[in-house]
Ligand binder design. Structure first.
Ligand code: FNR
Length: 382
């Protein structure tokens, strides 16, 4: 096991071709939001209480009706097959072993039924709604029949974010085998071999194309071309009719929208700027968390994501009022850096760090974390 999540990131960077690593890591435009997501955790400091008997240390909680071994969920990330063959099968297994729910992306490269068959754990479905609503309806029917319990509607992608690195790398339609790309691939024979053996990643859950030979970037682009830009709050009613389980709206960034979501009767929200990959200079949602939690925390469950790289980050989010965090890049660093076992190792590291933090904070269970445990860092000697 490596010491920290960021060590897995270093491994991932070595093992992936640039095209794939940049897609994993990159943010929109200048990366301001991406960096702020991470920096925000550094702006908070803990207020420990000492001599508090921390022999016991209970991290478990419940999130949207599911039990979770700690307040974290393996969040939805699309095109994971670019990082490892059958990536979502491995991620779902790792999540289950760690006692955490796993969210499968609409843009998964594994069939949702395959993922179900591979894991007895708690599975949720993330939904992108495309113009042809039958695609979403079909996906929901299949997911419900397979025992997926929670639907996360992602609302911050009416169009794709503007990502320079993907353009630079030719990660767009059509993928042209440039000299740069071929050199990049030649330097990563292990990755090429795995991709060839696994048949290459494909978006398996969507009928985006009848042409089976379309490459993954064409499919991804087709996915974004077909995204339903006309989606509104009224469509939550449509989802309510189609989905019998809990509904969560992912991608809320302001208190105003959080209140709208509550008024529509959803069960939860994820405060998220999509890991800084969508709207550049989107707000740092961690900052909005305390007021959203104070206003709405009694009536809906509030989750948050973006920038979680340490167990102590999970503790900070919980102290500010989040029911749980979603992990985006962290498990992907594990998977891309060290294969399936790496994903499990990253989750184990986060758990161990959270436990360590809680004890050092003088709290013996996760529910004991509240606003008294953190504060915004002040300038030294101000
Ligand atoms: C994502 N994210 C995402 N979200 C979603 O709702 N559907 C998706 O298909 C994807 N795809 C995706 C791919 C990759 C490579 C990344 C890194 C992210 C966003 C994800 O769920 C989450 O909001 C962020 O990743 C959280 O930020 P961190 O933890 O990555 O900093």
């Amino acid at each position: 096991m490596l010491p920290s999540v960021m060590d897995y990131r270093t491994q991932a960077r070595k093992r992936l071709p640039r095209l794939a690593f940049d897609y994993l890591e990159g943010g929109a435009e200048n990366g301001v939001t991406l960096r702020r997501n991470i920096a925000a955790y550094g702006e908070l400091e803990f207020l420990p209480q000492v001599l508090a008997d921390v022999t016991g240390c209970a991290l478990g909680t419940t999130v949207l009706g599911a039990t979770a071994a700690m307040p974290a969920i393996v969040g939805p990330t699309g095109l994971n097959g670019l990082f490892w063959p059958d990536a979502d099968v491995h991620l779902a297994r790792a999540a289950h072993q760690a006692g955490l729910p796993f969210v499968l992306s609409t843009a998964s490269t594994s069939l949702l039924e395959e993922v179900r068959a591979a894991s007895a754990g708690e599975l949720w479905l993330q939904l992108y709604v495309q113009r042809d609503r039958r695609i979403a309806e079909h996906l929901m029917d299949r997911a419900w029949a397979s025992g997926y319990t929670v639907l996360l509607l992602t609302v911050d992608v009416p169009v794709h974010g503007n990502r320079d690195h993907d353009k630079r790398n030719g990660f767009k339609l059509p993928l042209r085998p440039s000299a740069r790309l071929l050199l990049d691939l030649a330097a990563h024979p292990g990755w090429c071999w795995r991709m060839l053996r696994g048949g290459g990643p494909q978006l398996k859950n969507l009928a985006v194309s009848s042409n089976a030979r379309e490459d993954i970037t064409e499919q991804a682009s087709a996915l974004s071309r077909q995204m339903d830009m006309a989606l509104t709050w009224d469509d939550i009613d449509w989802l309510r009719r189609k989905w019998r389980g809990r509904i969560v709206v992912k991608g809320i960034q302001t208190l105003t929208d959080a209140s709208r979501a509550r008024a529509r009767g959803v069960d939860g929200i994820v405060l998220s700027n999509h890991g800084g990959r969508q709207l550049e200079s989107a707000p740092c949602v961690l900052e909005a968390l305390p007021e959203v939690a104070a206003e709405l925390g009694q009536s809906i469950e509030i989750l948050v994501d973006g920038g979680v790289r340490r167990g102590s980050d999970i503790a900070k989010a919980a102290a500010l009022g989040a029911r749980a965090v979603l992990l985006g890049r962290a498990p992907l660093y594990g998977l891309a850096g060290r294969g399936p076992r790496g994903a499990g190792e990253v989750l184990a590291i986060l758990r161990a760090e959270l436990e360590n933090t809680l004890r050092l904070l003088g709290r013996d269970h996760i529910g004991a974390l509240d606003g008294a445990a953190v504060r915004r860092r002040r300038a030294i000697f101000d």
